[in-house]
Ligand binder design. Sequence first.
Ligand SMILES: Cc1cc2nc3c(=O)[nH]c(=O)nc-3n(C[C@H](O)[C@H](O)[C@H](O)COP(=O)(O)OP(=O)(O)OC[C@H]3O[C@@H](n4cnc5c(N)ncnc54)[C@H](O)[C@@H]3O)c2cc1C
Length: 414
Amino acid sequence: MRVAVLGAGVVGVTTAYQLLKDGHEVVVVERNQGAADETSFGNAGMIAPGHAFAWASPKVPRILLKSLLDDTQAFRFRFRADRAFWSWTLRFLGECTNARARENTRRKFTLCAYSQTVLHETVAETDIEYERGAGGLLYFYRSQESLDRGVANRGILVERGLEQEVVDRDRAAELEPALAPVKERIAGGVYCHTDESGDCHIFTQALARKCAEMGAEMRYGTTVDRLEVDGDRVVKAVTDRGDVTADAFVLALGCQSPFLLRPHGVKLQVQPIKGYALTVPIDGRNNPPRIGGVDEDNLTAYTPMGDRLRVTAKAEFAGYDTSHQPRDFAKMLSVLRELFPDAGNYDKANHWAGLRPMTPEGTPILGRAKQSNLYLNTGQGHMGWTMSHGSARITADLIAGRTPAIALDGMTLN
Ligand SMILES: Cc1cc2nc3c(=O)[nH]c(=O)nc-3n(C[C@H](O)[C@H](O)[C@H](O)COP(=O)(O)OP(=O)(O)OC[C@H]3O[C@@H](n4cnc5c(N)ncnc54)[C@H](O)[C@@H]3O)c2cc1C
């Protein structure tokens, strides 16, 4: 079968790879000149089933309200005159109950854990090098109160099979020697030895090259303008560089995915949630972190990636704008300087902002669209690097008529 994959972020490229393994003829259509140049470019790099919590939870509405007055909040809400945004926001608020948060977290964890096994298979098959950090991830808390609350919340992941170690500050500093000089500032944490990290951009570009070697046609610099539909089938993707025909199409356009479906009467609930990242050179500096981690009370994540340290924070409900100002990074920089004062050359940090393609539930949208040969693979939100490999395999399974390895409840258009 000939399959057109629309979008070459980590989701599109992993999908192309799984389709090629199934023996399909694959064409990948991407508006940029290479793979992973948008959201998949600068993420925190965490492969983190141990952090698979749904963002929509009972405490979030209050934080969003507060953020209208205080723009240092980790979650920031900005008013927008956009009907799709308000429809999404109402659905997001509807997910902010204990029961919905628990269900969404369960589903996310199942997909993340499955996806990690698929990632390991892909790495074994391709030998891709991507600054992998396989030493686990450390989630730490500043106060005993937040540690106790965090450990209690994590019960839902442990019930599903997550292996974790609750650690005091001494053990945290043993696991992460870079924290030893500041260990009095933390109460303790949770160490997930099976969580890991790596550079999503390097991985996706390498996998895209592998796909080309396996025979995929990579059409870079090509923007999909619309889908042409006949009856219940998509017949072609109309692009600025000619039509792309195929037997099946996979929509993997990240935050842009809803725009192609809207003319066909489908309101895909995916909105951009902006995040910020610093990439700091650590070459030759003192005591950089050995493993990735999250300062849970400041919602700041950091990951060593070879001779760089990636740091990310913030979730802004602010539309499709990816611009950034130095003040957007001030808080995360001060957290970083406090924790790891001499770990990197902070004056030479690279600044970046990206848009997480989020659904209200935090789980992606997979499976068929209204058209019988159009498959959705989008909405992986803040965990798309973690979830992409499993989402890709599931999409390939569905196209091949196989039953996916995990249940898709709550993850399809219906
Ligand atoms: C600050 C931050 C930190 C994050 N940290 C993590 C993390 O630690 N772990 C984790 O698992 N996830 C993380 N994520 C989330 C993860 O990065 C995303 O979920 C993932 O990159 C989404 O991949 P994607 O392929 O869906 O989207 P994208 O990477 O945006 O890919 C979509 C592609 O479609 C292309 N496209 C769009 N419209 C068109 C069109 N009309 N025609 C042709 N091409 C088009 C775009 O150019 C783009 O290349 C983070 C995200 C952010 C912003």
